[in-house]
Ligand binder design. Structure first.
Ligand code: ME8
Length: 510
């Protein structure tokens, strides 16, 4: 296995919004790229069903937690399906096999003395499902500004502090482990203070919706201890007959997360894995946030969320996937608004890509009977464009390896812009009258750019790019090798003239 990518598993306290769609679309896009590069890949997403937050949401709907989860999970699965997101496994933490893995891990840590019981007092944030100490609080709230309540009770603790030095050394020895760099530094900052042990239980008297501790029936486990383990239970940890599968996939694990859940992933999770004698994942990448118009994080608890399917209805599935991949530098924050999405889709898909296709198709129908012209590369402009196209393929692959899908798409946009300019300069509609061969060469050059661009953008917009390839008569399998060669279209094959591939979207103000 070369690439095993995971998204966070989302709380089923509400329906998914653009923020959830973002991580999940990027994971899907990266998986499709790696597969196109010929690499065996695996993609996990799912839902986080236990804990106080979900229990409260179920109570508010007057449902028992399991019924609530069974209903809510469909919202996630349906939205992902509508967005052509195709995970290999969709995890639910209420799956019996997952529960068993969590209990086996708890037992292992209890048996080796890494879990102990003590009286505890702390401040709990339900919205983050995190305990804070008095000194962590800022103006009586969690550092992220969430409400906290004082909790005093006997609980079980995981000896997280025992692994602090080992984790620090690991992060220093493996500079690629946490990305981007500023998130690695944030983790190191967190680790510069003494690490507390982690409270990993909740008495059933306070929270019943969770996985029971195998060594104490009065308690359920902490939702994060349960949730993080999904990355390993999903691929076979502690399951007879799946040992090799686990080893193979786990060595290729890449966790994509939002920066809101950095420390749980870069501190809690690695120390848990160390205690369980398991290797750490290959990479943890914490991306930025989509912000609302007033620059606050788009979130379920803050309100002001945009529903992915509402956006899909306006710009189409592939338009939305394109925007999410293209508009944010992976790692940074950016504002989300309907106008920004429409503008991006109009400028880059309707105008740049769409016009290039329709102009060329029309000219081919006018002067070449709608057929792909003879192969030739005599014009300086064609040579330059073909060189740039092949460089673009290489750059796209490099950018994907560097977790920069937005840059990868940006390179294709640049190629399309240059090709539009070349078409304007060569003006085959004028040349056709005196030098049909040269006009044909330019049109073929554009068609080849469209073929390569459609392959390179296929992971981002699978259905639109299939349609594009069909229109230009490309019948081969979509592989990266095809994007690394010039001349993949067959001379004489028919080009389809049809409605715009990306119709321009009208906005209310225009
Ligand atoms: O934290 N911008 O689940 P959750 C970008 N169950 N991404 C965003 C976002 C935004 N405005 N809002 C949410 C949990 N996300 C836990 C995870 S994993 C073992 C357990 C995305 O439903 C982003 O990926 O609160 C973020 O980390 C995740 O949704 C949080 O989802």
């Amino acid at each position: 296995m070369k690439f095993y990518v995971t998204t966070p598993i989302y709380y089923v306290n509400d329906i998914p919004h653009i923020g959830h769609a973002y991580t999940t679309v990027i994971a899907d896009v990266l998986t499709r790229y790696h597969r196109m590069f010929g690499e065996e890949s695996y993609f996990l997403t799912g839902v986080d069903e236990h804990g106080q937050k979900v229990q409260k949401a179920a109570e508010a709907r007057g449902k028992d937690p399991q019924t609530h989860c069974d209903e809510m999970v469909l919202n996630f699965q349906n939205v992902w399906k509508e967005l052509t997101i195709a995970p290999d496994v969709f995890m639910r933490t209420t799956f019996p096999y997952h529960k068993k893995v969590v209990q086996d891990c708890l037992q292992q840590l209890f048996d080796c003395g890494d879990i102990y019981i003590k009286e505890y007092e702390g401040w709990y944030s339900v919205s983050e499902e995190i305990f804070y100490t008095e000194k962590d609080l800022v103006n009586g709230k969690s550092p992220a500004g969430k409400e906290v309540t004082l909790v005093k009770e006997k609980n079980y603790f995981f000896k997280m502090s025992k692994y602090q030095d080992r984790l620090l050394k690991y992060i220093h020895d493996n500079p690629e482990f946490i990305a981007p760099e500023n998130k690695k530094n944030e983790t190191l900052g967190f680790l510069s203070k003494p690490l507390e042990d982690l409270c990993i239980s909740r008495p059933k008297s306070r929270l019943s919706w969770g996985i029971e501790l195998p060594f104490d029936k009065e308690y359920v486990t902490y939702v994060w201890f349960d949730a993080l383990l999904n990355y390993t239970s999903a691929i076979g940890l502690k399951q007879q007959g799946r040992e090799l599968e686990f080893q193979n996939k786990w060595a290729a694990a890449v966790h994509l997360i939002g920066k809101d859940i950095l420390i749980t992933h870069t501190v809690y999770w690695p120390t848990m894995l160390m205690a369980l004698n398991l290797p750490l994942p290959r990479k943890i990448f914490a991306h930025g946030w989509w912000l609302t118009a007033n620059n606050s994080k788009m979130s379920k608890s803050e309100g002001q969320v945009v529903k992915p399917l509402d956006m899909k209805d306006i710009v189409g599935v592939d338009g939305l996937r394109y925007f999410l991949t293209r508009d944010i530098h992976f790692g940074n924050d950016a504002q989300f608004s309907q106008d920004l999405v429409i503008n991006r889709v109009n400028v880059e898909l309707a105008n740049n890509l769409g016009n290039l296709l329709s102009r060329t198709t029309q000219l081919l129908h006018k002067y070449f009977d709608g057929k792909i012209p003879e192969r030739s590369s005599n014009l300086e402009s064609s040579k330059e464009i073909s060189k740039l196209a092949l460089q673009t393929s290489t750059r796209v692959r490099e950018d994907i390896y560097n977790y920069s899908p937005n840059m990868a798409v940006g390179h294709v946009v640049e190629l399309l812009t240059k090709t539009n300019q070349c078409l304007d300069q060569e003006a085959p509609w004028k040349k056709a009258k005196e030098n049909l061969a040269e006009a044909g060469e330019t049109l073929l050059t554009v068609m080849e750019v469209l073929r390569i661009s459609a392959i390179l953008l296929h992971p981002v917009m699978p259905s639109k790019m299939n349609e594009l390839l069909e229109r230009i008569g490309f019948r081969e399998k979509v592989t990266f090798e095809e994007a690394q060669k010039w001349f993949g279209l067959t001379t004489g094959s028919t080009v389809i003239k049809a409605d715009p591939l990306f119709p321009r979207i009208q906005t209310e103000n225009k």
